[in-house]
Design a protein around this ligand. Sequence first.
Ligand code: FES
Length: 381
Amino acid sequence: MSTEEDKYPVESDRRRFVKGVVGAAAIAGIGSTGAAAVNTATPPTGTGGGVIDFMGIERTGGPAPRGMPIIPVEIDDDGTISGRWPEVQEVEVEGQTEFIAEEELGGLTYSSQWYQYCGKQTSPALLPQAQQNNEFLSSPQSQYEWQGELGEDEALNLDHFDDYEEWGNEIGDDGVGKPAAATWRSDGLDGGDVLEVIVIRSTAIEEAAEEDEFLEAATEEGVFAFLNVCTHFCCIPGFKVSETADNIGAGDSVFCQCHQSVYDPFSIFEQSFISFPQPDDVEEPEGGGDDEEDGDGEEEEGGEDEEGGEEEGGGDEDGGGDEEEEGGEEGDDEVGEEGGGEGADEGDEEDAAQGGDDGAEGAEGAAGGGGEDDNGGESGL
Ligand code: FES
C-alpha cells in the first residue's frame, strides 16, 4: 500500500470533472485555430494540438526525435496501480462545448495532449471526457514471463512488484527495476486505439522522486509509467526484452527494434513537441461518456473531419520490425521524407503517425527501409 495514500486519492469514478471557465492559455489550444503552431501535416480541424511541454523519458540514441511521455501514477489503498487522468474541464468555444483534460501537477501542466502523437490522437482513449478505466491492465502482449501468472487484463498491483529490488530476466542487470507491459484507458478498444504502456518499479525512481517535484507528484513507491510508443515511427519499443539491445549495451534501456532508438527510462525531464489536435469525430467508447458526475449528460459532439482516424494494431516488443501500425492517409511514404519545413523537428514522424488506415504500409516502409530517414531533428528542447 502506498505510504502516501492520501496524497492523490484515486476516485472511485475514475475521473475528475470540472465544468466551468478555464484559463485563457488553456482555451488557446482549443479548436481548429489552436492548430496554428502545428506543421503542415496537421489536419485542419480538431481540438487542441500545438506545442506542448511534457515530462518524458530521455531519448539517448537513434533517430527518435524526443523521449516518450510519462503517465503519472496513482496507487490506491489495495495497491492497484492506475494512470492519473488529468482533471476534465468543459469549456465553451465559439458556441460549442469542448473538453480538455489538463491540470497542474508537480510544477507543470499535465495534459492529455502529451499523448497525442503517432495516431493516438484519434483514439477514444484520449477523449478527455471518456470514462475509461484508468487502471493499468496487464497486457496480453507482454513478454515478461512473470506476467504469465496474471489473469488477462488483470489490474497491476503493487504486490506484483514486491521483488523489484532484485528482479532480473537475464537481459541487462538485475535489480534495475521490475517492468510490466500494460494497457491504459483502452477497455472496449482494439488495434491502434489501445494505449500501450510500460510500468516500472525502481529504486532509482524512488530516490529521484525525493529531489524532484514532478516525480514526487507523478510516481509512488518507485512506480512510474510511460506511453510505450516510439516517437520516431511509432513502433512499440521494449524494456529488457531484447537480446539485441543487450548486445549493444542497451539491456537496461528502452530499445526500439525498428530503427534502434534507445531511451533511458530513468532519466525523466521536461521536453516539448507539437501535439496533434484531436479530430472532432472521435467517438466515446461504448459505455463511456455519460458524464454523470456533472449531471448534465452532455457529451462532446463532433463534426466531421477529414482525418482518416482508423488505426491498426501495434506490433510487439521484439517483433523484429512489426511496427505498430499507425499511419494515415498520408502515411505511406512520408515516413521517409524529411518533415520539411518547420514543424520541423517532428515533421516526418508526425506524417507517419497521422491516423489512418494505411498505416501498415507506412510502417513497413519505415521498418524495411533500413531505418534511416532524415528525422534528425531533435525535439523542441
Ligand atoms: S526507432 Fe522506433 S520507430 Fe524507428
